[in-house]
Design a protein around this ligand. Structure first.
Ligand code: CAA
Ligand code: NAD
Length: 284
């Protein structure tokens, strides 16, 4: 099966990054979100990224960037956005009920040969597929932030995901020039279980006053050669995303995974990181 057109649902940090990645690899994209304002912001951010990271560095001409941008069609109605697509990737909030209902809706609306993928960080693909009839076509395609840059895709095979679906997801990921790993459907998979646990521990250290924000980050960057410290990284991912991952891991694996109270406090104050211009650091 050849994938030509991709629908991406959710145009936040990940949805817009995935749209940028997929469109620069030659796929037409239908990008969906709840409002025109969100979609406009997403397209603006893709336009800025194409200019800054490709055109300004002579990796792409202005015309090529324009064509890529024009290949991303923004829309609000899911029914319209799923027409003529071969693959749908959902990147809505990390919420099991929302994602399960969305999968069931997509499953009831789409022809059987369309692949339905979730970019969830942590949630069970099998549970998310539980209300859908054609569970064999549902798979986890886990991208990393920033999606155009990070070299890995973690594929998750749910209880009923078919080998054929997994293979299509693998071929698609490779066409995006990503390295693929295949992981069982376990909470947080390999990557989020590890990165969340490390960042949550660093946030607990910050809460204990063990060291300053900067020193915690510098310690990790210089001791382990990490590109970002755990607090900077938490701001990049979003404190709300970590809160959802932590609550889910705690429910599935036990309370040692509970988010630090500082995560809860920051989410309550809307200090979500880069997306709200304030987290452990300030942005503008
Ligand atoms: N689009 C296209 N290219 C981009 C880009 C974008 N949005 N952002 C950066 N780039 C490119 C730059 O042009 C640059 O390219 P060259 O190598 O050709 O020079 C390269 O990426 C590096 O970017 P910068 O020089 O601007 O910045 P940097 O060197 O400080 O790197 C970073 C930025 C890639 C974000 C780096 O700090 C990093 O790797 N941080 C860690 C990110 C990480 O761990 N992500 C995973 C989070 S966990 C997750 O995503 C899963 C989950 O479910 C929560
Ligand atoms: P985000 O908050 O930036 O974006 C989510 C978007 O989904 C919002 O724009 C919201 O309006 C939209 N949305 C919500 N309900 C919708 C619906 N019913 N229909 C259409 N759009 C809807 O979140 P994000 O950080 O992009 O995360 C999205 C998903 O990707 C989550 O499952 C998250 O766990 C996962 N993920 C996040 C990261 C990260 O670093 N932030 C990395 C990998 C995976």
């Amino acid at each position: 099966m050849e994938i030509k057109r991709v629908c991406i649902i959710g145009a936040g940090i990940m949805g817009s990054g995935i749209a940028q990645l997929v469109s620069t690899h030659g796929y037409a994209v239908n990008l969906v979100d709840l409002s025109d304002d969100i979609l406009k912001n997403a397209k603006n951010s893709i336009e800025k990224n194409l200019e800054r990271h490709y055109v300004a560095r002579d990796k792409m001409t202005k015309d090529q960037a324009g064509l890529i941008l024009n290949s991303i069609h923004t829309m609000i109605e899911i029914e319209e956005a799923i027409k003529d697509v071969d693959l749908i990737i959902e990147a809505v909030f990390e919420d099991m009920e929302l994602k399960t209902n969305l999968m069931a809706k997509l499953d009831s609306l789409c022809e059987k040969n369309i692949i339905l993928a979730s970019n969830t960080s942590s949630l069970s693909i099998s549970d998310m597929a539980s209300q859908s009839k054609n569970q064999e076509r549902i798979v986890g395609i886990h991208f990393f932030n920033p999606a155009p840059v990070m070299k890995l895709i973690e594929l998750i095979k749910g209880k009923n995901t078919s080998d054929e679906t997994l293979q299509i997801a693998k071929d698609f990921s490779k066409k995006l020039d990503k390295r693929v790993v295949i992981v069982k459907d376990s909470p947080g998979f390999v990557t989020s279980r590890l990165i969340y646990t490390m960042c949550n521990e660093a946030i607990k250290m910050k809460e204990e006053g063990l060291a300053s924000t900067e020193d915690i980050d510098v310690a990790c960057k210089m001791a382990f050669n990490f590109p970002m410290g755990p607090l900077e990284l938490s701001d990049l991912v979003g404190l709300d995303v970590y809160q959802h991952i932590g609550e889910y891991l705690a429910m599935e694996f036990g309370k040692k995974y509970k988010p630090s109270p500082l995560i809860d406090k920051m989410v309550e104050r809307n200090y979500l990181g880069r997306k709200t211009n304030k987290g452990f650091y300030e942005y503008n």
